[in-house]
Design a protein around this ligand. Sequence first.
Ligand code: AHG
Ligand code: MN
Ligand code: MN
Length: 336
Amino acid sequence: MTERQMTLRQFLLSSRRAFQLDKDLIFLLEDIATACRIISNHVRSGAFNDNLGAADATNVQGETQKKLDVIANDEFMRHCANCGRVAALVSEEVDEVYWLKAQPAAGDYLVYFDPLDGSSNLDVNLTVGSIFSVIELDSAPTRTDEAAVLRSGRKQICAGYSIYGPSTALVFTTGHGVSGFTHQQTTGEFRLTYPDMQIPRDTREFAINASRLRYWDAPIRRYIDEALQGEDGPRGQYHNMRWTGSMVADIHRILTRGGLFLYPVDRENQETGGRLRLLYEASPLGFVVEQAGGKASTGRTPIVDVVPTRLHERVSVIMGSAHEVERIERYFEEAT
Ligand code: AHG
Ligand code: MN
Ligand code: MN
């Protein structure tokens, strides 16, 4: 067996030795991998089990839940609860903190997740994924203390995602680079297929929901205007656009070949602080992107430095190839 094909378990054990990772984190990652494998099966067989479509419920953000959002959420909750060290869960689909422990202790874990990202893609058979993040409590909170889970992304000890595309992949970081695994259907195992993922520092590809152009701030418009002018504009090069409607899929593409993902706060969404949620979307993917040599910013601040004041807080998102994120940060600076 070559190094590139080691199983997730072999990889976790060797990482434990190399970086003194806690054994509970290894168990938790294995449980998360199991949840993702099961969710992947549900996603693939949704049309046969009457699992496509809406669930007849809305979440705390006022979004209509899909049946698979609910199923994926249940799988994440069930598997994360296997690890005795997890004190609480924060999910996109659950209004409040879900405490598992009656008396949380310092050193316990908090797990944040978006059980299905891009779920509007489900009914049209396009790629979706799951996003997760883990932090370790540095003091013992009470169960009523919501502030205890409102930590900046710098506190993450692990973050990653699984993507349910042509193949199912699991990508994560424990703060020592980014590793990607593909689910091998014949053996049922995740195998290391993308060791040490690196985002190229330069790119000529961006991901935007262009229908929001009229709401954007000047620095974002400037960046896109210049890119669209191609060879004839100030950038002097053709720029390509890709947008999947599923952030996790766009970020996976960027981790694979570079690019820039933009979902900034704009005139229309500024009341809610943006579109994407900090704790279980922007912050975990920001940590992964940084660990792969990219950058993740609000335009003014690294995303992982933003301290949330609310559980489902939203944030401006600009992430991907480092030089392009720096360019937009420069445009923001020049605009003030
Ligand atoms: P979710 O399915 O978890 O609610 O997240 C969807 C997110 C993200 O994946 C995507 O980039 C963005 O919402 C797209 O939103 P719009 O279609 O509203 O632009
Ligand atoms: Mn999402
Ligand atoms: Mn979701």
